[in-house]
Design a protein around this ligand. Structure first.
Ligand code: C2E
Ligand code: MG
Ligand code: MG
Ligand code: MG
Length: 281
């Protein structure tokens, strides 16, 4: 069954594909309902300075308390955000919720910042910066450096011009931008030089293998030297054991996140966790 459409192209009707499309449409509607019904929430994973023994930030990670399917991790629904409107709706909810939380933490005396993962389609919305400006205006006390946005390295490379403008605009607002999962894309060195991102998160795959694999260790060391030369802050992701932390410190990397430091936790637990971490010898 083929028919010629107005654009002159021939379209074949594909029943399994149509069924899959319909399912995606339904799942996206379900996400919108979930937002309206307050089914989403954020967990926060501390980012610490291993040398000074202080908590410098927390990364917001989305979860979905689904009434029928139980607790869902991002892998089960973030891929469905590849729709501009939905990416924007969820993304703004995440930014708004994280800012509100940070405001509460700051009021309670915590000095840290908060990081939010931004999906490519949300970032590319033409009014992203205007909306972000409005959201920040609700918390004038937070000041510059309070919020950091994480974008994937793969996006930074494939959408270089857009991302470069985005990073500049964020910087003007006092919002830091970090490259996430660094090392998983093509990791062109020139793109990093031209993007004024404040920090770079080394992908957990390299950190995890680092102790057993000489090549992975060399990659981590190489990335750290490069970032130092470019004046960017390095953050290690996926620090699962004290041995990983020690190896990183020996290579000059002081900032880290990982299960070995803390798993993502409910916002309510953060204050107590920070107090415990910063009191430890
Ligand atoms: P990511 O931004 O690279 O976040 C790190 C992921 O690794 C998180 O998984 C975190 O729980 C996990 N992780 C942290 N430390 C360790 C460790 O030591 N070992 C291991 N094995 N894993 C560790 P999570 O929460 O499932 O998130 C997965 C991805 O989903 C994130 O990767 C991010 O790309 C995306 N994501 C999460 N929240 C959001 C959000 O609010 N918006 C968007 N657009 N994407 C999100
Ligand atoms: Mg991230
Ligand atoms: Mg990452
Ligand atoms: Mg990741």
């Amino acid at each position: 069954f083929a028919k010629r459409a107005a654009d002159g192209k021939v379209h074949y009707f594909d029943a399994p594909q149509a069924k899959a499309d319909a399912q995606v449409v339904r799942q996206r509607q379900r996400i919108q309902e979930g937002l309206a019904q307050d089914e989403f929430f954020l967990e926060y994973q501390p980012k610490v300075d291993m040398r000074r023994g202080v908590v410098v930030g927390a990364e917001a990670l989305i979860r979905w308390r689904h009434p029928e399917r139980g607790l869902l991790q991002p892998i089960h629904f973030v891929p469905l955000l590849e729709d501009e409107m939905l990416a924007e709706q969820v993304g703004q909810w995440v930014i708004g919720t994280a800012l509100r939380q940070l405001y509460d933490w700051r009021e309670a005396g915590l000095r840290m910042s908060v990081s939010v993962n931004v999906s490519p389609l949300h970032m590319m919305r033409h009014d992203f910066v205007d909306r972000l400006t409005e959201q920040l205006a609700q918390y004038p006390k937070l000041g510059a450096g309070a919020l950091e946005l994480e974008i994937l390295e793969t996006t930074a490379i494939s959408q270089f011009a857009t991302v470069a403008r985005f990073v500049e605009a964020c910087r003007a607002l006092g919002v830091a931008v970090a490259i996430d999962d660094f090392g998983t894309g093509y990791s062109s060195l020139t793109y990093l030089r031209q993007l004024p991102v404040s920090s770079v998160k080394i992908d957990q795959s390299f950190i995890r293998e680092m102790l057993d694999s000489e090549p992975d260790r060399a990659i981590v060391q190489g990335i750290l030297l490069l970032l130092k030369a470019l004046g960017r802050t390095a953050v290690a992701e996926g620090v699962e054991t004290p041995a990983h932390g020690e190896a990183l410190l020996a290579m000059g990397c002081t900032l880290a996140q990982g299960y070995g430091i803390a798993k993502p936790m409910a916002a309510d637990h953060m204050q107590r966790w920070v107090a415990g971490f910063e009191r430890a010898p």
